[in-house]
Design a protein around this ligand. Structure first.
Ligand code: PMP
Length: 408
């Protein structure tokens, strides 16, 4: 464990930090930080040319990162990897790009657990074309209920979109089962998976799953900010309209300024200068994850969650704290200390115990439908967290009634 923690400069600094806000973003290892700096110091070129050596290097980096990313999610081709600014951009790109196939009365199915990034783009597009967004029923384990899904899919269903792992409850969907059910009833449905919360914690295999689009962000996988990935099946990406128009993606513009010809996939989606230093650094975050392996990361984080649950039970914390998802094994916990605003608890944890945890709605505004509260405190673990840190958290949760002493 020390070997892993030592790679994160922020964890080895003098002022203590127990970082439990990994659902929002993970910390970055030295290799990622140094790679971003290396790019800026020694290459620094804008890749939209091959006229000189450092620009050629920049283009090589883009090609290598596409290759490595494709392998990571088992995409059929590196040309199916589109670089965006994040999951949010990727899903907006899918929704707006697909608009032309939607007609009034068409249906988009999703869940009430979605992050706003996988809900708002669909509500917006549905309004634009008079389609409808409908929610799917969930099982008691938080996954999409397959029987109810079967009933909901009709010839009007054009898109089914859902998070692989929810960013509030940490509930995991069985993507393969869901896609099998959908394909059997209506093979033309476009299946979109938001993997922002799962890609650094559990296996992804877009070909095995037989889905159509996947979106995720580098910064939640020990990688740089400002970089996201949109993966799509080649045939669908070819049909998708770009959301951004600009340099690097147009081949020609006719002399009357009436028509244009675009580059092919993936470049046609990457108008403007890419976040090239982040694209380089992202290679190092994939290397970091692969050096441990997703399988190991998953089993370690599961152990942390089990440990947390055991400690909660031993300390009888359920008497004073509402835990909403102790049944989920993903590394996310949401809770409310009875009678205390979660924001006060977050401040208390930070000021007294140096614990970073997040309060609020976690950008998933419809979870209120499930737990009858708009806000909660979210603790989310990652590979560098330890049982000793969880011990501190448990100690802190035992003493939450002292929160006013810290605040005033
Ligand atoms: N979907 C989920 C499930 C998320 O957890 C997040 C980030 N909280 C997003 C989408 C949006 O990611 P980003 O802000 O990096 O675009």
């Amino acid at each position: 464990m020390n070997k892993i923690r030592k790679q994160f400069p922020i964890l080895t600094r003098e002022s203590k930090l127990i970082y439990f806000d990994n659902g929002a973003t993970t910390l970055k290892p030295k290799s990622v930080i140094e790679a971003e700096e290396y790019y800026l110091k020694t290459i620094s070129a804008n890749p939209h040319t091959n006229d000189y050596q450092i620009a050629y290097q920049a283009n090589e980096i883009i090609a290598q990162t596409r290759q490595q990313t494709a392998k990571f999610i088992n995409a059929a081709s590196c040309q199916e990897i589109v670089f965006t600014s994040g999951t949010t951009f990727a899903i907006n790109q899918i929704a707006q790009g697909i608009k032309k196939i939607l007609k009034p009365g068409d249906e988009i199915l999703t869940t009430s657990l979605e992050h706003s990034a996988n809900l708002l783009p669909w509500i917006v597009v549905a309004k634009q074309v008079q389609a409808k967004v409908k929610t799917l029923e969930l099982n008691s384990d938080g996954g999409i209920n397959l029987e109810a899904l079967k009933q909901k899919i009709t010839l009007q269903t054009k898109i089914v979109t859902f998070a692989h792992v929810s960013n509030t409850f940490g509930y995991e969907n069985n993507v393969l089962e869901i896609s099998k059910v959908i394909r059997k009833i209506n093979p033309n449905v476009i299946i979109v998976v938001d993997a922002a919360q799962s890609v650094a914690h559990t296996e992804i295999d877009v070909q095995k799953w037989d889905i159509d689009f996947l979106a995720f962000s580098a910064h939640k996988m020990y990688g740089p900010f400002g970089l996201g990935i949109l993966w799509g099946k080649m045939a669908l990406l070819d049909q998708l309209e770009p959301l951004l128009y600009g340099g690097g993606m147009s081949l020609t513009i006719d002399e009357n300024l009436e028509d244009y010809y675009l580059a092919t996939t993936p470049e046609k989606f990457e108008g403007g200068t890419p976040n090239i230093s982040a694209i380089y650094a992202f290679q190092k975050s994939l290397d970091f994850i692969e050096s441990i392996s997703i399988k190991e990361i998953k089993s370690y984080e599961k152990m942390l969650k089990h440990y947390f649950i055991d400690q909660v039970k031993q300390a009888n914390l359920q008497a004073k704290i509402d835990f909403y998802n102790l049944d989920s094994l993903s590394p996310i916990v949401i809770l409310n200390v009875k009678g205390i605003n979660p924001q006060d608890i977050a401040t208390f944890l930070d000021l007294k115990y140096h614990i970073a945890a997040r309060s609020g709605s976690h950008c998933a505004r419809r979870t209120v439908d499930l737990i009858n509260t708009k806000v909660s405190l979210r603790i989310s673990f990652a590979v560098y967290n330890t049982v000793e840190e969880i011990d501190v958290l448990i100690e802190a949760l035992k003493h939450t009634d002292e929160f006013l002493d810290v605040l005033f």
